[in-house]
Design a protein around this ligand. Structure first.
Ligand SMILES: Nc1ncnc2c1ncn2[C@@H]1O[C@H](COP(=O)(O)OP(=O)(O)OP(=O)(O)O)[C@@H](O)[C@H]1O
Length: 267
């Protein structure tokens, strides 16, 4: 379970550029739930994920994983709980290490030992089996440097790496946004398989309202650092993109308009 209580994040506190990026987010995601997160540019989506991951310190509020208060735990202390895949395929992997070395690092997360300890024939077999699920021929490229793979291939490996980690939480931050539609669909499909197999607790940020409705079982929308709606599975089942837009309009009493073309056009 992930639980955020009254979570605030302020950037550049006391400066003219001060920004209240999260303004009292209350959110509980039970174990095994898959939540999609939408919101316009600058709404606070990445800040929320980065704060949960420990990359950004909250200025106020609490974060719990199950009953553990992790608010003050640095990101390194949360790696055994959290796997992440980012928008930028270069972000989650080391370009100058090989595919198998990257996978070993993921596998070794939260465990004692070194890369040399982790890499052996038994593990290579596991990696090959995992990679063959992708149907991209990567099972024959264990020795290739990650930096030589295409963005889609690299993102696919990042995703498999998240499955090798002992974590129970998966944070996906627009992880298909930089990919062509066919590769994006493949990655989403594999994401769903991994999430189901490992019964992960998931937050997936997307700019596509369609994608948000089609995946997971709950959708939240952030706006100016607050959750402005939280749709559970039953009510969400009947929702279309236009209904989300209506909800946004209703939730905004100040008449703010959704000015994010990507969000709107993404369907
Ligand atoms: N390190 C930082 N320093 C100062 N301001 C920041 C920092 N990171 C984010 N912000 C600001 O905080 C607000 C929330 O940013 P965030 O990246 O969380 O939005 P987002 O919803 O993920 O947007 P997008 O969809 O455009 O990625 C924005 O106004 C952003 O400019």
């Amino acid at each position: 379970m992930i639980s955020c209580e009254n979570l605030h994040v302020t950037f550049n506190h006391g400066l003219p550029t001060e920004k209240l990026a999260l303004q009292g987010v209350d959110l509980t995601i039970p174990s095994g739930e898959f939540v999609t997160v939408i919101g316009s540019n600058g709404a606070g989506k990445s800040t929320l994920l980065n704060t949960i991951a420990g990359d950004i310190k909250s200025t106020q509020g609490k974060i719990y994983f199950d009953d553990r208060d992790v608010t003050k735990l640095p990101a390194t202390g949360r790696t055994k709980d959290i796997a992440r895949v980012f928008q930028d395929p270069l972000a989650g992997t080391c370009g100058n290490l090989t595919v198998e070395e990257n996978m070993s690092l993921a596998y070794g997360r939260g465990k004692r030992g070194t890369l040399a300890f982790a890499l052996n024939n038994k593990l290579r077999k596991v990696f090959k089996e995992q990679l063959s699920r992708l149907n991209l021929g990567l099972e024959d490229r264990l020795d290739s440097e990650m930096g030589l793979l295409s963005g889609g291939q690299r993102q696919s490996v990042s995703l498999l790496m998240s499955a090798l980690q002992p974590s129970s939480i998966l944070l996906l931050d627009e992880h298909t946004a930089a990919l062509d539609p066919k590769t994006a669909a493949l990655i989403l499909d594999i994401s769903s398989q991994i999430i189901k197999e490992k019964q992960l607790t998931v937050m997936m940020v997307t700019h596509s309202m369609r994608q948000a409705l089609d995946h997971g079982s709950r959708t939240i929308m952030l706006h100016e650092g607050n959750i402005i709606f939280d749709l559970a599975s039953k009510e969400r089942a009947n929702y279309q993109v236009k209904d989300l837009l209506n909800l946004f309009a209703q939730a905004r009493t100040d008449g703010a308009e959704l000015d994010d073309d990507k969000l709107l056009l993404g369907g």
